[in-house]
Design a protein. Structure first.
Length: 308
């Protein structure tokens, strides 16, 4: 058995043991799935669409449209119609999934059946072949039908052309999940970060599918290195950010990570870590830290106590 398979089995076994403990938490990323779709112009002729469950970025060329993330399945039809109307093209030829969650992969089936190329990290494809619990929610997501699964995967990075722009995508190792991709529109100087970055409260660390707080810090570090003072950063949810905003977030999460690591080494558990209030100076702006601290603390188990 490979190390990847061993890790996946370990994470899934832990998930089974703690799934019930997550039920009381309100999912930080949850939005009204019937909110109105809204489009906002971005540099380089790109478009940001909100209201689909997560941020969606759209570009187009002579062959059709490219979408980064696809919202939830119940918005897929309306989202596609809006994309075609806004861009004036006849089809979506490419969809990039920044990770496996339903707020990002809800258009996969509709667009996959229509022949779109679906680009994702290989781990995202693998998670979409099985049933996965959703953080803070009852029920599961997946497996998706074959037509809805990514059909052009990467383990590291890749690039494509979209009109005059070069679109690069790359792996953010074990951050929000273990299959996160960023997408960088080079000429437009726009960086799509997925849920490794959020701008409406605490992020969700899905450690059951490979995410962890140390990887979130590393992911922010990589995104900062890819950006400059004029880069616009699209988070998984919430308004656009700048490089300086990412630097603030990296400092914040690195501080929390250091505190949680110290508590773990003292033999503390999640409830004890929460009682220490490791996010105290950030709570006024970010909100109730219960879910975030619990997930962040639990996310370290597989890295500091892999045989626990």
């Amino acid at each position: 058995m490979t190390l990847l398979h061993e890790r996946r089995r370990f994470l899934l076994s832990l998930a089974a043991g703690v799934a019930m403990s997550q039920a009381p938490f309100a999912l930080a990323r949850a939005q009204s799935r019937r909110a109105s779709l809204a489009s906002t112009p971005l540099p380089g002729g790109l478009i940001l669409i909100s209201g689909a469950g997560g941020n969606v970025v759209v570009g187009h060329d002579g062959e059709g449209a490219l979408m980064v993330d696809g919202g939830t399945a119940d918005r897929a039809r309306d989202l596609e119609m809006l994309v075609l109307r806004e861009t004036g093209v006849k089809r979506v030829h490419t969809l990039i999934n920044t990770h496996w969650h339903p707020e990002q992969t809800g258009s996969n089936e509709r667009l996959g059946k229509a022949g779109a190329k679906i680009i994702a990290h290989e781990n995202t494809r693998l998670w979409l072949t099985v049933s996965n619990p959703l953080v803070g929610q009852s029920g599961t997501y997946g497996p998706l039908p074959a037509a809805a699964r990514p059909n052009a995967t990467t383990y590291a990075n890749g690039s494509l052309r979209l009109g005059a722009d070069q679109v690069d995508y790359g792996y953010l190792l074990q951050a929000h999940t273990d299959g996160d991709l960023y997408v960088h529109f080079r000429q437009a100087n726009l960086l799509v970060a997925g849920d490794v970055v959020c701008n409406d409260g605490w992020p969700v660390i899905d450690w059951r599918t490979g995410g962890w707080i140390g990887g979130m810090v590393d992911g922010l570090t990589k995104l900062i290195a890819l950006s400059d003072a004029t880069t616009r950063i699209v988070p998984g949810r919430g308004p656009l950010l700048t490089r300086s905003d990412l630097e603030v977030q990296r400092t914040q999460y690195a501080t929390i990570f250091e505190r949680l690591e110290a508590l773990l080494r003292q033999g503390k558990g999640p409830d004890e870590a929460l009682a220490e209030n490791p996010t105290k100076e950030f709570n006024a702006e970010q909100g109730d830290p219960t879910q975030f601290v619990t997930l962040a603390f639990e996310s370290m188990w597989g890295h500091y106590a892999p045989n626990a």
